[in-house]
Design a protein. Structure first.
Length: 85
């Protein structure tokens, strides 16, 4: 298993172990890991709107989920929703 895959899997495992995660945050983690993280850069650039569409939810729910990742000390390996970051 290469380092990129290991980091994604470790991140997903840490989120799954946190009982405070809701449906949207767990679904968001899976979508980010499976669909958006770039293997070369380790970054993801989806917009909040795109993520909300992928999850069939609203923008605010995605924003709360992203903040929850950071709040529990398990931020995504590298996610940016604005290419100027």
């Amino acid at each position: 298993m290469n380092d990129f895959v290991k980091r994604r899997m470790d991140w997903l495992a840490a989120l799954a172990a946190d009982r405070g995660q809701g449906r949207v945050s767990l679904a968001l983690a899976v979508v980010l890991a499976a669909k958006y993280f770039n293997a070369k850069t380790g970054k993801a650039w989806p917009s909040v709107e795109r993520l909300a569409g992928d999850l069939n939810t609203d923008r605010r729910s995605v924003q709360r989920a992203l903040l929850l990742f950071i709040g529990i000390g398990v931020p995504p390996p590298a996610i940016f929703t604005n290419r100027s970051d």
